[in-house]
Structures are given as C-alpha cells and as structure tokens.
Design a protein around this ligand. Structure first.
Ligand code: ZN
Length: 302
C-alpha cells in the first residue's frame, strides 16, 4: 500500500515538474518573441544610403537594418515602386532616404504607412545643382555632402532611437573622420584638376566635378549614355574639338559606345568612375569607390 502511494506521489511530482518546465520554456519563448518585435527597424531607400546607415548603426543594440531597393538595382531616380519593395517598409520605424527628389515615391509610402518616420539625409545641404527645371539629386558624390548626410542620419536616428544615440554619434564621427582624410587627399592630390575641361556623360558626377572645380560639359543621360541622339553626339564632338577637351567621364557600368565615338573623333580619353550606387554590402564600399576615383582622376590631371 505504502509503495503504491509513493509511486503515485512520484508520478504526480513528475507531472508538476513537467508542467513547470513547459511553462518556463514558453515564457522565455514569448520573451524572445517580444524582444524581436520590439527591435528598432530601419529601412533605407537604396545602396548609398544603406552604406551610410550601415556605418552609423554598427554595433547598435536591438536594431534591424534593411535596404529597400535591390542591390545593384541602379539609381532610384527613374525607379517605380514595386509591391515587393513597399512590403519591406511595412514594419519599419524609420525610412531613410537620400532626398532631393531621388525618391519620388516617399509621399506614396507615407500614405500607405503613415506611422513610419522619414529621415531625409539631404536636410540642410546647400547649393543643390539645378538645371532650372530639375534638381540634381546625386549629392553623395561630393565628399562634403556625404559627410553632412552621415551626420543627418546619425542625428535623426539618435532622436528616434535614443537607446543607441551614443553609438550612432560615435560611429558617425569615426566615419566622417575617414571621409575627411580622403577629402584632404582629394584637395592635395587633385588640385591640378581645377579648370580642367571634360565632357561628363553621367549626371551622378556633377557634384564630384564641382568639388574639383572641373570645367565640365554635363550631358544628362539618365545614366544611360546610349540614349544620346545623333545630333547631340555631333554637337558634343564639335564642342570637344573647339575647346580641346581631352577627357570624357562616364560611370563604370555605363554603355561606352558614345564615349568611344567622341574619343575616336577627338582623341580624348575615357575615364570610368564609380558612382557609389552599386557594390556589395561591405561597409567600406563608398570609401573604396572614392579612393578608386581618386586614382583615376590623378591620371586625368597628368
Ligand atoms: Zn540617378
């Protein structure tokens, strides 16, 4: 009899222990789930903004960083918002954009997800280049603008996610210091480019050219220099000959056909630069691209 009672007690104890174990396990899973859901979610519009934000947020706690547009999807300035991309912004706390009209869909996004906060990285950037009708939004090819964009992102992220404010500011300062080093090298090593004439067939380089004080004929091509008309091409060749232009600047991934035609007819040399708009998700890709451009541009000055 005693033995029977003992067995019953042991069985009951086992059942109680099992129930406690299951309860604890479930509670910890719920905890983990709520922690995941409470992460601060950051979505960037496209590659250059992603790389800036990747640097600013490195080591931040309880955050998730996503990029909306496809990697190497090119420039957003002629992009149409897809349903898949809209969905990526669904649970975002903040959406970080370049600004200056590159993301012409931000209003639409806000209509769909009104609670998402928009961070405009171009805030307070002065001297936006305009052709009268349209502003040139490719501001990040200017190292000086880029620093301001990084600063803006860090500042706004610190407001919306104060938990990581110290990390954001520290990261931004370190990143900006690296850009400044590069900026100093540009100033020292490329000072002889001032006043140098060039034809530029990719509007992304208008800001870079301005910083270097290049005397550039800017040709708007929507990054597709193959769209040039035969007349426009002829007049460019005439201009290049008349002004003795020795350099043609295009994007690394651009079609080279027109540039080659101009080069053949005028003897000018083609320089392929990086736009900072494509690459892998490595945090130094902008620095690497601008370093690469520095080396290319040194040749232009020789
Ligand atoms: Zn563009």
């Amino acid at each position: 009899m005693k033995k029977k009672i003992l067995i019953t007690v042991i069985v009951l104890l086992c059942i109680v222990a099992l129930i406690i174990f299951l309860c604890v396990k479930n509670a910890s899973r719920n905890d983990k789930q709520s922690q995941e859901n409470s992460n601060f979610k950051i979505v960037t519009s496209f590659y250059p903004i992603y790389i800036m934000t990747l640097n600013v947020t490195e080591g931040a706690n309880n955050i998730e960083l996503k990029n909306m547009a496809e990697l190497n999807g090119g420039c957003l300035h002629d992009y149409t918002l897809s349903t898949t991309d809209v969905k990526k912004v669904e649970d975002a706390n903040v959406f970080i954009e370049n600004g200056v009209g590159i993301e012409n869909f931000t209003e639409k996004l806000l209509q769909i997800y009104s609670r998402v906060k928009i961070i405009d990285s171009s805030r307070e950037i002065q001297d936006i280049i305009s052709n009268g009708e349209e502003q040139n939004g490719h501001i990040w090819t200017s190292l000086d603008n880029y620093k301001k964009q990084v600063e803006n992102i860090a500042y706004e992220l610190s407001n919306y996610n104060s938990e990581n404010a110290d990390i954001y500011n520290k990261n931004a300062n370190e990143y900006i210091a690296k850009i400044e080093d590069l900026e100093n090298r540009y100033k020292e090593e490329l000072s002889n480019l001032s006043g140098e004439k060039a034809i530029c067939l990719n509007e992304a380089f208008e800001y870079l050219g301005r910083d270097l004080n290049l005397d550039m004929i800017m040709v708007e091509t929507d990054h597709e220099e193959s769209t040039l008309s035969a007349d426009r091409l002829r007049s460019l060749i005439d201009q290049a000959k008349a002004s003795n232009i020795k350099a043609i600047i295009i994007g690394e991934d651009d079609n080279t056909q027109n540039a080659e035609t101009i080069a053949t007819e005028t003897g000018a040399k083609i320089y392929k630069l990086k736009t900072g708009m494509s690459g892998d998700y490595s945090k130094n890709s902008y620095l690497d691209d601008m370093e690469y451009n520095l080396e290319q541009l040194k040749e232009l000055g020789n």
